[in-house]
Design a protein around this ligand. Sequence first.
Ligand SMILES: C[S@@+](CC[C@H](N)C(=O)[O-])C[C@H]1O[C@@H](n2cnc3c(N)ncnc32)[C@H](O)[C@@H]1O
Length: 361
Amino acid sequence: MTWPDNGASAAARQQMAADLADGHWNDWIDAFSAIPRHVFVPCFYQQNAEGAWQPVTWGEPGYLEAVYSDEALTTQLDDHGVPTSSSSQPSVMLRMLDALDAEDGHRVLELGAGTGYNAALLAHRLGASDVTSIDIDYELVKAAVRHLEVVGLRPTVVVGDGAQGWPSRAPYDRVIATVGLHTIPQQLLQQAVPGAVIVVPLGYGIVRVTVTGPGHAVGRFLDTPAFFMARRSSGAPPQFDEAAQQPPTDSSVPPADLLGRLKFPASIALPGYNSCSWKDDEGNLEAVGVWTPDGSTATAHASGAVRQCGPQRLWDTVEHLARVFEGAPAREEFRVTITPTKQTVSYGDVGGASWDLPASP
Ligand SMILES: C[S@@+](CC[C@H](N)C(=O)[O-])C[C@H]1O[C@@H](n2cnc3c(N)ncnc32)[C@H](O)[C@@H]1O
């Protein structure tokens, strides 16, 4: 045993695996019960009551319980205290790994190596030589390789922009991303064999597509709600000052709808969508803000006043979604069709509502 293990960690790991299995043991549950998550997350960050981030490490109260709970754990913060890497929520990881339908001999590319934990699960199940994992952050890759070595696994872990794939180890039978994307990059399709399965977080959902030919794929969203840390790329911050100077228009869509029933469709119809909210002193929702990486920004007040600026009229799209959907639409009703020149998400039967995803990642 080359990693700290005090019996409590082994017991906690087995308990987490049993909870994840929920009576249905499979190869991935074997991997969760074999791979010690605490080796990959020697430290995570937790916000205290004031919102300040505190590190929690091995041996500290609550550490083991958190590491072997079904929680995403923040593992890296930038200079402004914004999370930039995390160990994803185990049940969501399991759902994605199950959806991958990976078999012995499959070559897998993972986007978003992070701590290396998911790469370890893949390597345990499929063999390290068939696993390639990529992260944009050199320091994270160094740490992931170290963690993997501790548990005796040596998949290929490289530094790069996952949206470009990793051509030198292609072709891949399976591609999985644990970082949020706005579109499914053509590069991933080009580096995949026909019939390959690609599982990727998109907006507030996870999409699973099958490659049907060069540059072509079809699939649909899983029913699982999920939100992953967005792929690191430059994007404009929200333009709230500029929006505040615009003349207000009236909207009958309650701001709460954007954070509730319309959250998933808005995240698809407005790729790269971000939102925030403001509350009054009693904690009631006063207004919401929404913006996209091109700097388009909208604010909607509980009074019905909407202000918008930038190249896209974001709230107009929210109003359109409010007309299309009576309640919260089920994720699995959204289909994805990819061709070399276009990616479309469509809802319901042929002829229903549809939205184009951006052409480039
Ligand atoms: C949720 S974490 C991944 C968790 C990881 N699979 C694990 O098991 O710990 C998302 C990761 O995506 C990485 N990332 C962000 N932008 C990226 C990009 N353009 N290409 C590759 N990785 C990226 C971040 O550095 C971060 O480590």
